[in-house]
Design a protein around this ligand. Structure first.
Ligand code: FE2
Ligand code: FE2
Length: 205
């Protein structure tokens, strides 16, 4: 069962929220708070730590304020590995650089929280429950309006995290195919890994 937050945790979360308020633009900040709240709700349903879910949700886009060129430069400077897809689409790097900032600027030491921030854009094979929750919360938070299927995906994700995850990965890959953005190899790997585990057909809509 998810825990009741202690006073110290509430203070830390409030502090992170204020830091995000001052470093992100208004719409990104609203999305951030919404991801944290959605992640907390998913944590309650899936019996994992509320504090981890709120912290990871609050910080998941902490590097979203940088331009592509800046992200590339900063990652190179800090020795963060950059894949070919990230070289072509540097905005993806806000996840890896976000994990770096979470640790070095915001003092997060919890490797599970850092992992969830690091893989929130592409996922990865064998994700933890927290990784999945942040990935899904980022896609389904209430202010998102990017697909008419959101009501279905939200319900599916709250009923079954893995089914929600596979559905989102499939939709992301299908969407990328319709754009000139390169297909991300990690998103593909994650989809292959989880769709192989998912033996039941997703219900037709
Ligand atoms: Fe993001
Ligand atoms: Fe996000």
């Amino acid at each position: 069962m998810s825990e009741i937050l202690c006073k110290e945790e509430l203070e830390k979360l409030r502090d992170l929220e204020e830091k995000m308020r001052s470093s992100l633009k208004e719409s990104r900040f609203r999305h951030t708070v919404s991801v944290a709240q959605t992640a907390a709700a998913l944590a309650m349903v899936n019996d994992i730590s509320l504090y981890q879910a709120l912290t990871a949700g609050m910080l998941h886009d902490c590097a979203k304020c940088y331009k592509d060129r800046e992200l590339l430069e900063k990652c190179k400077k800090k020795g963060i590995e950059i894949s070919l897809t990230e070289e072509q689409n540097p905005s993806l790097l806000h996840a890896k650089y976000g994990a770096y900032l979470a640790e070095h600027r915001y003092g997060i030491k919890d490797p599970e929280v850092l992992s969830a921030i690091r893989c929130h854009t592409t996922g990865k094979p064998a994700m933890s429950t927290l990784d999945k929750i942040i990935f899904i919360a980022d896609y389904i938070e209430p202010y998102r309006i990017h697909t008419e299927m959101l009501p279905y995906i939200r319900k599916l994700s709250f009923e079954n995290l893995d089914k929600g995850l596979v559905f989102i990965l499939k939709r992301t890959l299908e969407y990328l195919e319709t754009t000139d953005q390169p297909l991300d190899e990690m998103t593909e790997k994650t989809y292959e890994y989880y769709s192989a585990l998912d033996t039941e057909e997703a219900p037709r809509i």
